[in-house]
Design a protein around this ligand. Structure first.
Ligand code: 5AD
Ligand code: SF4
Length: 427
């Protein structure tokens, strides 16, 4: 039987898509190879969100070409966002590449692999893969894609161009997947979508989906990522407040704290509206943990704009943040604008937001010292032998001395000390 090796780059959606392709290929007779040196098909599931991601993947593609020297039958291919992005150029410019398959063409992968080199990057308004069962990685957490694509067209973002239009998986198919993963022993589900809270299947909106999922037996925790502030409706906030299994953590990308920048980003809200939304969710879900995404150095971002971002971070006090230097992307509106912020200035601004966030994150975590938390055990801690690690309901990494508990167990632990990223039990 032929074997396939898949390497995944980028976000959680890609991790879930890799599981989808693996399941689909397995049903077509492919086994999974854990080493590219043994695989008949080598597939990179790629990311195009920033230039740096694409550079890394090009480098990796060059290195993987060596596998064709001894074993010329090996097929090397690109899937995912970068495949869609460079669709016209890739096969011509990269001689050792055999196929290019976009995010809406995975269904055809098995039949395409049996033929000549190919490129299939048709975007499909309706494809949700609702009927294909992913081959999920073992663990306690199952990722379930509930919607695909994005209609927002924020001016910095390539996603709407490479992932196509927004569409939702039918609610019965989502609920069936949740029951399946529960039966397989997963304890947590994470609903995924580019704008996950834009989910809608007829009269089932995102809040209704959370409510329908809450209480499915053996699923102790429900999370989701990433919601868009403009789609954060009352129904979803109420569901977060009332559903026992929905975790008190919200990843709510803000991108900037400056109104002129938010406007040029076409995010659909200003800083005050974002702050009011945060207040509303915090009022409904006391103790809510918040995380966010921030971009520094967007075209036209002045020192004052940047200060407004720092100010918003101080006002909200996020538990954690993913922080990025703006990266110019093809197709996007902002990609046509002059970059006014130098690379050195971007780097400096990035350092400044990281330093501020580290301080705030450490302060927030210090408030957990002395309190008891519930940890969903995932496995051995990375840096301490003989310790176990897992996440709290607020999505904090927590570590404690091994006590005989196993992955999937919910254990209670008292926090003895903390860092900016971890809660630590007494030794
Ligand atoms: N440059 C930098 N960061 C970006 N993101 C999206 N597009 C870009 C870009 N062109 C960030 C946003 C988004 C996260 C997934 O990636 O913060 O929320
Ligand atoms: Fe990109 Fe904006 Fe869509 Fe998020 S909402 S995927 S940032 S276009």
């Amino acid at each position: 039987m032929p074997s396939v090796y898949i390497e995944t780059y980028g976000c959680q959606m890609n991790v879930a898509d890799t599981e989808l392709m693996r399941g689909h290929l397995a049903r077509s007779g492919y086994t999974t190879a854990s080493d590219p040196g043994e695989a008949d098909v080598i597939l990179l599931n790629t990311c195009a969100i920033r230039e740096h991601a694409e550079e890394r993947i090009y480098g990796r593609l060059g290195a993987l070409a060596q596998h064709k020297v001894r074993r010329p039958h090996v097929q090397i291919g690109l899937a995912g966002c970068m495949a869609q992005h460079f669709r016209d150029r890739l096969l011509d410019q990269t001689p050792h590449l055999d196929f290019v398959v976009g995010p809406d063409a995975y269904r055809r992968l098995p039949s395409l692999l049996s033929g000549d080199p190919f490129i299939d990057v048709r975007l499909d308004r309706d494809e949700t893969y609702a009927d294909l069962t992913p081959a999920r990685a073992a663990g306690v957490r199952a990722w379930i894609t509930i919607m695909r694509g994005c209609d927002k067209f924020c001016t910095f973002c390539i996603v709407p161009y490479v992932r196509g239009r927004e569409r939702s998986v039918p609610a019965p198919a989502v609920l069936e997947q949740v029951r399946d993963v529960a039966a397989q022993g997963y304890r947590e589900v994470v609903f995924l979508g580019q704008t996950v809270n834009a989910y809608r299947d007829r009269d089932v909106d995102f809040g209704a989906l959370l409510r329908a999922t809450d209480g499915i037996e053996d699923i102790a925790r429900i999370r989701f990522t990433s919601p868009h502030p403009s789609d954060m409706r009352d129904s979803a906030i109420e569901a977060m407040a009332s559903c026992r299994s929905v975790c008190p953590h919200l990843h709510l990308p803000v991108q900037s704290g400056s109104n002129p920048v938010l406007q040029r980003m076409e995010r659909g809200y200003d800083a005050d509206e974002y702050l009011r939304l945060v207040d509303r969710v915090r009022a409904a879900v006391p103790g809510l943990a918040l995380s966010t995404d921030i971009i520094v150095g967007f075209p036209g971002e002045t020192e004052r704009d940047f200060e407004a971002t720092l100010e918003l971070m101080r006002a909200v006090r996020f538990d954690s943040a993913y922080m990025f230097k703006y990266s110019r992307r093809d197709h996007t509106k902002a990609g046509k604008w002059d970059e006014s912020v130098s690379e050195a200035e971007k780097a400096q601004r990035l350092q400044a937001v990281i330093a501020l966030q580290e301080r705030i994150g450490a302060e927030i975590n210090a408030e957990w010292v002395g309190r008891e938390v519930e940890v969903l055990v995932e496995g051995p801690a990375r840096r301490r032998t003989g310790w176990l690690a897992g996440k709290t309901r607020h999505f904090k990494t927590a570590v404690f001395p091994a006590d005989g508990s196993s992955p999937g167990d919910l254990v209670r632990m008292r926090v003895a000390h903390s860092t900016a990223h971890t809660l630590v039990a007494a030794a």
